[in-house]
Design a protein around this ligand. Structure first.
Ligand code: DQQ
Length: 572
C-alpha cells in the first residue's frame, strides 16, 4: 500500500492483481444470443433504419453510456432469451459516430451472489486517470436490490469488451437501520466528485409514497456511506433511473458531471415507475450541504417538465468530452401488444441520441438530435414561402416517407382566428385528445401528416394549434396516433405538450424523424419533444407518403421546409 502514489492507483492495482471474479464463463454462455437467427416472421415493416435496436429480443433502459478513448458505448437492459422483459443482462454496442453501431458480447451478466437474479440499470463514471467503472443494480438470491461495481478487464481496449466485477460486491445494500425498502433501491447514477474530493452518487428509491434520491459518498469508490437524501418529493412514488447533472447558463456547451460553480444550474431527472414518465426539475445544488433544491416554479412531480411528452423512459445522459456536449439516451417502448411483440421477435428502441442544453430562459432544457444524424441525410427536398390555406394539404414529393428527417417552419401573419384558450385547458395531452388533427380549428391544426397511406386511411399527425390567452398566445403541439394504423390492437394514445414560445416574434418550427415505426418530433427548436410508436398497415415500405396540412381556417405560411430521405445506419 505504501508504494502506491494515490489511493485510486492502489485500488486498481489491488483489484487487477488478484481476487477478481472473471466473467468469461458468463460471456460464453451468452455469446451466441446476439447472433441467434431471428425466429420472428420474415415480414418486418417496423424495424428501424437509424434508431438503435438489437437484432432481436427485448431491450429496455440505456445503461452506462459513455465515451472512452474515442469510442461511444451504449449498454442496455436486454433479454437474450426473448421479446419480453426477463433474464436481464447488460448488452453492449459501440460506435465511433453515435450512428453506426457494432454489437459486442453482453458486458455484465448474472454471475455473483449479488447479481445472480439480474443485472439491472446503472451508470458509468470515468475516474481520474481515465478509468471507466460501472455501478449497477444487482438482484441477489433474496431478490433484494443492491449496488455493484464492475470495471474493464483491459483498459487499453477502447471497446471495453470484457468486464470484471469487484469481488466484495455489493457496494451498497439495504440495511434495517437505513429503512430502505429492498425492492425499491435501484439505478445508481454517474458519480460526481465534490470540491472536498469525495465521490457522490444517488440511488432511486421511495419511502412510503415519497420518491427519494438516496445519496451515498465515498473516498475510494469502494467503500460507500449512506449520507442522506439529496432530494425527495411527496406522492411521486418510486424514482427509477435518476439522473443528476450540471448545465451551463447561456452556453451551448455541456459540462462534466462533477462541475460546480458560477453560471451553473443542476438538473434532476426522475423516471416515475407509477406513470412511466421522465420528468425533471431545474435547480441549484449545494455541494457543501449536498442538497438539491428545484428553482421556484420548477414543478417537482409528474405534472412537471418532461424530456418527452410521448413515449420515452428510463433515460440517461453522459458528458461527451470529445465534443463538449451532454447527450441524452432514452428507451422507447412498443405500443403494440405483448403477443405481437413475440410474433415480430423484438421489442424496444432507443430514441436518437439528443444533445441537451439549458434553454436561454434558464427554466427548461432544449434537446436536438445529435449533429451526426445529418450524415444520413440524402438529397434535400426544399420549399420556401408557401401559403398553406385553411383546409389545404400539400404532399411533399420525392421522399422515402418511411425513413425521413423533416424540418418545417411556419410563419403566422394573422392571429385573428386564434381560438380563445379556456382556462380549464391546462392539460395539453387532454387538449390534443379532444382536438385531434381532424377537428377543425382557427389557427391550426397545421403541421405534418407522416406515414400516410395514399388515400389517407392511415397517418400520424404532428401539428400545432395556437390559442389566444389573456397573456398572449399559447402554442400547443400534438402527436395524434388515432389514425396511425388500421390495426386495432395497438395503443394509439394522443400526446400533447405546450411549447414555451411566442409565435408572434418566432416562427413555429417542427423537426420530425420518421423511421418506419417511430415518429420522433422536436417542436419550437427542441423545447417540446414528442415520440410515438406506430404500426401502419398500408403506409409501409414504398407506399408511405408525407404531407403538410392545415385544418384550421386561417392561412399559415410554410416559410421553410427541408425534407431528406435517410440512409440506413449500420446497427445490428
Ligand atoms: N428497468 C430496470 C430497472 C429500472 C427499470 C430493470 C426502469 O433497474 O428501475 O430492467 O425501466
Amino acid at each position: 500500500m505504501a508504494l502506491c502514489s494515490t489511493r485510486l492507483l492502489c485500488l486498481f492495482s489491488l483489484l487487477f492483481s488478484h481476487a477478481v471474479v472473471h466473467l468469461e464463463a458468463s460471456h460464453q454462455v451468452y455469446k451466441n444470443f446476439q447472433s441467434l437467427q431471428c425466429n420472428s416472421s420474415a415480414y418486418q415493416p417496423y424495424r428501424t433504419s437509424f434508431h438503435f435496436q438489437p437484432l432481436n429480443n427485448w431491450m429496455n433502459d440505456p445503461n452506462g453510456v459513455m465515451i472512452y478513448h474515442g469510442i461511444y458505448h451504449l449498454f442496455y437492459q436486454y433479454n437474450p432469451l426473448g421479446a419480453v422483459w426477463g433474464n436481464i443482462v447488460w448488452a453492449h454496442s459501440t460506435s465511433k459516430d453515435l450512428i453506426n453501431w457494432i454489437p459486442l458480447d453482453p458486458a455484465i451478466s448474472p454471475s455473483q451472489p449479488s447479481d445472480i437474479n439480474g443485472c439491472w440499470s446503472g451508470s458509468a463514471t470515468i475516474l481520474p486517470g481515465d478509468k471507466p467503472v460501472i455501478v449497477y443494480t444487482g438482484i441477489n438470491p433474496q431478490n433484494q436490490q443492491v449496488q455493484n461495481l464492475a470495471m474493464p478487464k483491459n483498459q487499453s481496449d477502447p471497446y471495453l469488451r470484457e468486464w470484471i466485477k469487484y469481488p466484495h460486491n455489493p457496494l451498497m445494500a439495504p440495511t434495517p437501520i437505513s429503512k430502505i425498502n429492498a425492492s425499491s433501491f435501484r439505478d445508481p447514477t454517474t458519480a460526481w466528485q465534490g470540491p472536498d474530493g469525495l465521490w457522490r452518487l444517488i440511488v432511486g428509491s421511495e419511502i412510503g409514497n415519497t420518491g427519494v434520491a438516496i445519496l451515498y459518498t465515498s473516498k475510494d469508490f469502494l467503500h460507500w456511506i449512506l449520507a442522506h437524501y439529496l432530494h425527495s418529493s411527496k406522492a411521486t412514488g418510486m424514482w427509477e433511473c435518476p439522473d443528476f447533472y450540471p448545465v451551463q447558463i447561456n452556453s451551448s456547451k455541456g459540462l462534466d458531471t462533477s462541475t460546480t460553480g458560477a453560471n451553473i444550474k443542476h438538473v434532476l431527472k426522475l423516471s416515475l415507475d407509477d406513470t412511466k414518465h421522465d420528468y425533471y426539475t431545474v435547480g441549484s445544488y449545494n455541494p457543501n450541504k449536498d442538497i438539491y433544491t428545484p428553482d421556484k416554479g420548477s414543478v417537482d412531480n409528474d405534472s412537471g417538465l418532461r424530456y418527452d411528452y410521448g413515449k420515452f423512459y428510463a433515460s440517461k445522459t453522459f458528458f461527451d468530452s470529445s465534443k463538449h456536449r451532454r447527450i441524452l439516451w432514452g428507451w422507447i417502448n412498443e405500443s403494440s401488444s405483448q403477443e405481437d411483440d413475440i410474433k415480430k421477435g423484438w421489442s424496444g428502441l432507443q430514441a436518437v441520441p439528443r444533445s441537451i442544453l439549458l434553454d436561454k430562459s434558464g427554466k427548461q432544457l432544449v434537446q436536438w438530435p445529435v449533429v451526426e444524424v445529418k450524415t444520413l441525410r440524402g438529397k434535400p427536398v426544399g420549399m420556401n414561402n408557401i401559403e398553406l390555406r385553411g383546409g389545404s394539404d400539400l404532399e411533399i414529393p420525392n421522399i422515402k416517407a418511411t425513413q425521413a428527417d423533416v424540418e418545417i417552419s411556419f410563419k403566422i401573419k394573422d392571429f385573428k382566428r386564434a381560438e380563445a384558450l379556456n382556462p380549464s385547458w391546462t392539460n395539453p395531452q387532454d387538449l390534443c385528445t379532444q382536438k385531434g388533427a381532424s377537428v377543425k380549428g382557427g389557427l391550426g391544426p397545421f403541421g405534418l401528416l407522416v406515414l400516410a397511406s395514399k388515400g389517407l386511411e392511415e397517418y400520424t399527425a404532428v401539428f400545432f394549434r395556437i390559442f389566444k390567452s389573456k397573456n398572449g398566445y399559447v402554442v400547443l403541439m400534438c402527436s395524434d396516433q388515432s389514425r396511425s394504423s388500421l390495426y386495432e390492437k395497438n395503443d394509439k394514445t394522443t400526446y400533447g405538450a405546450f411549447v414555451n414560445m411566442d409565435p408572434v416574434s418566432e416562427e413555429v418550427s417542427l423537426r420530425t424523424l420518421i423511421d418506419h415505426s417511430i415518429v420522433e418530433s422536436f417542436g419550437g427548436e427542441g423545447k417540446s419533444c414528442i415520440t410515438a410508436r406506430v404500426y401502419p398497415t398500408l403506409a409501409v415500405e414504398d407506399k408511405a407518403h408525407l404531407h403538410a396540412f392545415n385544418n384550421g381556417t386561417a392561412t399559415v405560411i410554410i416559410s421553410k421546409l427541408g425534407a431528406w430521405s435517410m440512409k440506413k445506419a449500420q446497427i445490428a
